[in-house]
Design a protein around this ligand. Structure first.
Ligand code: GLC
Length: 435
């Protein structure tokens, strides 16, 4: 059903966003290198140009901080009309900052998972050996600098660290922050994309205020944990980290490196994950607000990430699927909503069909879900969502996100990770796994 032409078009999107050493997530909207985008882009590139995929990863790692932090944006000294610009972060105030200009926060750690997958398809021991120390440093930084309550579950300090910037999960927390002196700024994100598809002004002001707080603290990790007004244990981030720790462990084993430290992280996270995140009454995983000391009871597709990590029991899996994923009031494609899977349950009052992380379909979330369902051998459902996802891309092009009602595209055009995941999802070896 999915033609060579879809794959050719996906390749040409990745080629057209290629600057030569890093790939822009979107041609106008996102002109620098983003952390988790870059991991997926490398996975996409590995389908047709392994050396270029490896270069993508090297370029990202060139922005790593000396304490191990891998930032969410690497600017590479390139200029653009993107806001915030590199200078806004003032990272030079940190003794750990690299020479390459970057942001001062991180993003979900997908990289080890991607590298393991590339290595398992086409063994590249020299490359794994080369990048392994940087991966280990980043994971170690996450497990120490962000181990806010000693539970081994890591905290995030900014909605941008979650990768799901204006998710309704963060709205109450952001509303509780009352910034006094927000630095002057002019948004760039509504220049190329209609305002109705982007975050509201109130959230944006708080995004900027948080950066201002962090730069005044010189990005000292202990200070950030002590003073960031936003401090959350995010289900999505922790599930991705758990999975990435497993993948890092496999890479370590393949290199003959010690694994005890990674085993320690894994067992601590496994021990505390359910008690912190699982809500047995509602059959959902909820994020945890460390400042307020309470769960954030908002139902979004982040609740399916423990499937990607293999952290859910069979009982939890059944509840997630039967009570939520297949529920036409929440996630199932049904009635007016024709596509899988909205990033927020439709029953949430904050749901908006075209606004950013408030409701539209994002291909990355579908990919996590498909991978998670396959992990638990829910192959039929995974296949339905996979076909629907590829159909959406085939019909509306490689967009940043899609309106689930009619499949129309939103946000950036020619979006790189949509192209990368189209290649990944069309891969024949994946189809062979399905029966
Ligand atoms: C937006 C998304 C984030 C992504 C970035 C670049 O900020 O929320 O997840 O990494 O764009 O595509």
């Amino acid at each position: 059903m999915f033609t060579a032409s879809l794959m050719e078009r996906a390749i040409s999107v990745l080629r057209s966003n290629d600057t030569g050493f890093f790939t822009k997530p979107g041609p106008n909207q996102y002109p620098h290198q983003w952390n988790w985008d870059s991991a997926l882009i490398a996975l996409g590139l590995s389908h047709f140009d392994l050396p270029r995929a490896q270069l993508e990863i090297r370029s990202l790692l060139s922005g790593q901080w000396q304490d191990g932090m891998l930032p969410h944006v690497v600017y590479h000294h390139t200029t653009s009309d993107y806001f915030p610009p590199a200078s806004f972060w003032q990272i030079e105030n940190s003794p750990h900052a690299p020479d390459n200009p970057t942001s001062g926060i991180t993003q979900p750690p997908l990289l080890a998972t991607v590298i393991r997958r590339m290595h398992s398809r086409l063994p590249m021991p020299d490359f794994v050996q080369e990048v392994y120390p940087a991966l280990l440093d980043w994971h170690r930084w996450l497990h120490t600098a962000r181990n806010a309550d000693g539970s081994g579950l890591v905290g995030i300090i900014h909605p941008w660290e979650s990768g799901t910037d204006d998710s309704p999960r963060w709205l109450d927390l952001l509303a509780a922050i009352q910034p006094e002196n927000i630095p002057e700024f002019r948004r760039g994100d509504t220049r190329y994309v209609p305002a109705i598809e982007r975050p509201h002004r109130a959230e944006y002001e708080r995004f900027i205020h948080l950066i201002d707080v962090f730069r005044k603290l010189n990005y000292a990790p202990a200070e950030l944990l002590a003073h960031s007004p936003f401090l959350v244990q995010d289900v999505l981030f922790n599930a991705i980290l758990f999975r990435a720790d497993e993948d890092l462990r496999a890479l370590a084993a393949s290199l003959g490196q010690p694994t005890a430290e990674i085993d320690g992280w894994l067992s601590k996270m496994r021990l505390n994950f359910d008690a912190r995140f699982w809500n047995g009454t509602n059959g959902l995983y909820y994020d945890y607000d460390l400042r307020a000391g309470e769960p954030i009871q908002v139902n979004t597709a982040a609740t399916f990430l423990p499937l990607f990590a293999g952290l859910a029991t069979t009982k939890q899996l059944q509840r997630l699927v039967e009570e939520h994923l297949l529920n036409p009031r929440e996630y199932a494609a049904s009635g007016e909503v024709r596509h899988w899977v909205t990033t927020t349950a439709r029953a949430e009052p904050t749901w908006e069909s075209r606004r950013y992380w408030r409701g539209p379909v994002w291909i990355i979330m579908n990919w996590f879900l498909i991978e998670g369902l396959q992990r638990y051998a829910y192959n039929k459902l995974a296949e339905i969502i996979r076909q629907d996802t590829l159909g959406l891309i085939e019909a509306a092009g490689f967009r940043e996100y899609y309106d689930a009602r009619d499949g129309s595209g939103c946000g950036s055009e020619n979006f790189s990770w949509t192209a990368a995941l189209a290649l990944e999802l069309s891969d024949r070896s994946m189809e062979e796994n399905e029966s």
